[in-house]
Design a protein around this ligand. Sequence first.
Ligand code: ATP
Ligand code: MG
Length: 586
Amino acid sequence: MSIENPTIAPATPTAAVQQDFIRQIVREDLAAGKHHAVHTRFPPEPNGYLHIGHAKAICLSFGIAAQFGGWCNLRLDDTNPGKEDPEFVEGIKDDVRWLGFEWHSLRHASDYFEVFYRSALKLIEDGVAYVDDLSAEEMREYRGTLTTGGRHSPYRERSVEENLDLFRRMRAGEFADGAKTLRAKIDMSAGNINMRDPAIYRIRKIAHQNTGDAWPIYPMYDYAHCLSDAMEGITHSLCTLEFEDHRPLYDWFVDKVDLPNHPELWQSVVAAGLEAKPAKPRQIEFSRLNLSYCITSKRKLAQLVSENFVDGWDDPRMNTLRGLRRRGFTPAGLRLLIERVGVSKQNSVIDYSILENCIREDLDVTAARRMAVLDPLKLVLTNLPEGHAETLTFANHPKDDSFGTREVPFARELWIEREDFAEVPPKGFHRLKPEGEVRLRGVGIIKCEQLIKNADGNVTELHCTLDPETRHGMPGADRKVKGTIHWVSAKDAVATEVRIYDRLFNVSAPDSEEDGKSWLEHVNPQAKRVVQAWLEPAAASAEPEQRYQFERLGYFVADRVDHRATAPVFNRTVTLRDVWAKPAGQ
Ligand code: ATP
Ligand code: MG
């Protein structure tokens, strides 16, 4: 595998990550000569866009393959026609690449439909699968419960010949949806309900996004998934903990079908030009990534979109990978989160601020600085001549000279942030106040001489003087004042739409339903606010997806959809500090 964008190095695994239990298993298997190389896969169902939880599965499967010199396939698990869409397939490919990974081979579970079918015929011939006529409801009832065993279906003892005939006719489309089901003959009294004659195939006369109307029957996930793994020679099949109870069934199918020793079952795949090297895979489960203030269910994310709580799957408030991308989150920041969270079998909820800190850490190093004013108040430097114009040189990054410098226009009339002035300052307020002094970032010290108010008594303009002795290169340049504020030149600043985003939910566990409320009632109506801001010219000319730190305000990104140099649009990615841990303010 390769990293798509060579300028972003993959997060270096920390000692903690390198010692996680899955990497330990892989290391031991390789040392014992069980495998020559590690082969993994990431198997999303294309029924929605990927979310932050998937980032963990992606980083793990692709990351382990890369670390141990193996490869990872991207496999679209498309066995559920009707819910799946080619739009999602393209979105998933895009998102995986954006996170920084490249697959060895792109596969679809539907590439193996013929293999699944032939394998099912083999299971019937071997006497371990049968066609059942019970309805779905009856089957559920016969299955029993956690405390009581199940009952045998009256159709369980059909002959091999009858089963072969019925299954072939299922495939030929002779029966209605739900009329018959192919089931594995395992053990109706098994403690693990998954082993009580699980379904292998059901009849669904519905077109499939890849195979069209070729198949009136579709394989069940538990059957298709393990055989897909076996087909591709996957050595370590990594999945989340909810599949732990399915592992005995996974192993059962892999053993009973035995693809490596039955090439006749998979000739069709080779004939179709796909590489096949069946092997016996091993499933290993790890805990899901759960984050506070986030929803990690595709169904619920889809509901946010369809019920217009957000403006689409890529809305910057969404914790889909495309939403996070549009919000300005970085692949390196997300990989850092996954590395920090580590891998275990312990279920936990990660605090959202850990994610935000990972993004800040990355952006602090990678984002150039600019000045912007989001809530403008006019400030006039009355001791500068009318029409005064200067160009100042600013460093683009305070800690990294390689970012170079830029020109910032400076003039007699400026915009400053309204909250950087207080007529009646609270205790400890170090910014601008009547008669007070403050440093104008990169210019010198100013003093507030006069307030101009409108008829309502609101301050509309500040008249200040700039102390010439405190300017760059002057003897008083180092004179100390407590506060420094940012600004933009009023006549040079570019009017810009800035979308101020915040967390989409106003409680940490929106879908806990502990308070008897529906998760949708916790949507934060303040999560998007649009303001008209002023930007220094060097920020407005950004390319879409260019990220900046707007000094003292936070990290922002030029919107990848709506931004134009002629009509700039920036999204707030994250504030400079965690404002959720304490009351908002500085
Ligand atoms: P959803 O329930 O949202 O539909 P899913 O698990 O059904 O999610 P899949 O497309 O089947 O979604 O997931 C692909 C892979 O990603 C699976 O191996 C799954 O275990 C893994 N995955 C899904 N959600 C998470 C998560 N929150 N943390 C880690 N891995 C996850
Ligand atoms: Mg799923």
